[in-house]
Structure formats: C-alpha cells, structure tokens
Design a protein around this ligand. Sequence first.
Ligand code: VGL
Ligand code: ZN
Length: 201
Amino acid sequence: MISETDVLLVVDVQNDFCPGGALAVERGDEVVPLINGLIKRFDHVILTQDWHPAGHSSFASSHPGKLPFETVEMPYGEQTLWPDHCVQGTPGAEFHPQLEWTKAELVIRKGFRKAIDSYSAFFENDHQTPTGLAGYLRERGFTKVTFAGLATDFCVAYSAIDARRQGFEASVILQACRGIDLAGSMETMTQRMRDEGVALI
Ligand code: VGL
Ligand code: ZN
C-alpha cells in the first residue's frame, strides 16, 4: 500500500543517461514506461536532475591527460571522471521525452557546483554539502522514499543509502533502474544498499 507519507523519487531520467546520450546507461530508456506507471500510482513524486555547469570538475575534459572513467583525487576524495554530460540548459540535460514528469512536486538539481560532484540526491560527494532534500522531506512529513531511475550503482544507490542515514525508509525498484557497472560497481553498491537497510524490490 502506498500511503500519504510515501514519496517516489525518480533519479536522473535524462537524455544523456539514455542510449544516444553522452553518458548512456545500457538500456537506460527501458525504465521510462515502468517509471511512468509508478508516477501514476504514487500521490507524491520528486525528480532529480543532474545539472552541471560547462567545465565541471567531474568531466575528464577538465583534467588534461585524463580519460573518461579514470579517477582523480579531489579535496573530498577519489572522483571518477565522466564524459561531459548533463550540461545546464542542453538537450542532454532534459528529461527523457517520454517521461511523464508533469505531476512532480519538486525537482532537485545536483552537481551545479563546479568544484564538486553530486551522486546523492541528499549530499554532494563531500558527504557534507546538503541539497536541502532531507529538510524538504521532513517538513512535508514524508517518511518513506521509493527510488527508481539511473544509474542504479551511482545516483540511485548513493541517494538510497543517504535516505537511510537521514532516517527515512528507503526502497529501490530494481526493475525500474539500470546501472553503469564500472569496475564491479553494481555488485558493490547493491551489497552496500542491503547493508544500510535499503529494501531492494
Ligand atoms: C550519474 C555519473 C555522473 C548518475 C551522474 O546519475 O548516476 N552518474 N553523474
Ligand atoms: Zn553527473
């Protein structure tokens, strides 16, 4: 049963994470019809949107000599480098054209600070800078967050783990997610979600 204190959080269903996009997640577009079904069933829906300024520090192109999917050491720890993606205002940053998002009550944009990446919908990758989402959920009286979207092993997983750490119930609908799977990250992050008490559905 879905109650008034439940919210659906749709993570980064944007063109750049779908086939043909700059950081395409394999079969990423397959989640769209499933997520549209979930959006219909939930009374409350929030979206996240990866939203980087041009020249963002998570882009390999900002690090001479580095290639996408290599890592660099940032002041806040190790950071994977990505192809340029989800640049503010570009078509790649828009939601998938078939995503039925109009019902969403909030769009949380993340990754807009040039010097720091943000996988989680709650905290940037320094694990300290909040996005404001936890406060919003508390003020609205939501206690349980259900996650779907892209990518399972990055933004979905980090968001679900932070939801638990912020005291919310969290579940992930795996069928309605697709992963990047970099260096075994699908396996690692699903185990980490289980360990943190995220329900995998
Ligand atoms: C994501 C890598 C970089 C994601 C965002 O949405 O999972 N992954 N930016
Ligand atoms: Zn990003």
